[in-house]
Design a protein around this ligand. Sequence first.
Ligand code: HPA
Length: 252
Amino acid sequence: MTKPTMQQAPVAIIGGTGLTELAGLEILGESTPETPWGEISAPLVHGRLNGQDVVFLARHGNPHRIPPHEVNYRANIWALKECGVETVIAVNAVGGMHSAMGPAEVVIPDQIIDYTWGRASTFFEGELEEVTHIDFSYPYTDAVRRVLVDAARAAAVPHCDFGTYAATQGPRLETAAEIVRLERDGCHLVGMTGMPEAALAAELKMNYACLALVVNWAAGKTDHIITMEEIEAAIAKGMSGVKTILENSVVA
Ligand code: HPA
């Protein structure tokens, strides 16, 4: 794939916690497409960022009100595909487990382990003509990851260019023992929204990469419990780097 920067098709940015609106986006309109899978999280915001057509979607709604396990991931990804999107950049707030992934650090993960349950996680169900098993060996599109990493590097935004994302069910945070187990499994960062979004994008043959912002040390990694205050402080500190990476990634 060529850089998403060079595409005619709009690039989608799915904003997570701390990113319900994209300042800097020149807004051209909004739409709320209907989908066979139900309602999308929020109206799609169509605009231009650095000369590139962009569709922005607030994953948790705007204002932020839909918890991770109740996001209609199928409707969201379907709607983006329907408006011609070929590439999705997903912004996710996460907890850090790896020593290099502390609060306000940006991570562009390269693998994922799915611990979610009970979520509608495939388009391939119901009255099917055939059974489909998509390949999901490499859940994130490497060319898109490279664009994000290059943009971070060029803008001197500190970041990690690797990481296995543990997708947990939430909405509660993990126990300390669960975090030990996730680390033993080889995970480096933990969030609640990475799946089934990545797999659904793959089912529709879209390019997909994750731009994660660490908003807290994972449970048991510090001598204190996780507070909303520390999460908000990390968002305030780190989100400008995320926005810089987004802006530099979609230059037309
Ligand atoms: N765990 C799971 N999801 C999260 C966390 C966490 O520590 N922080 C932000 N999203």
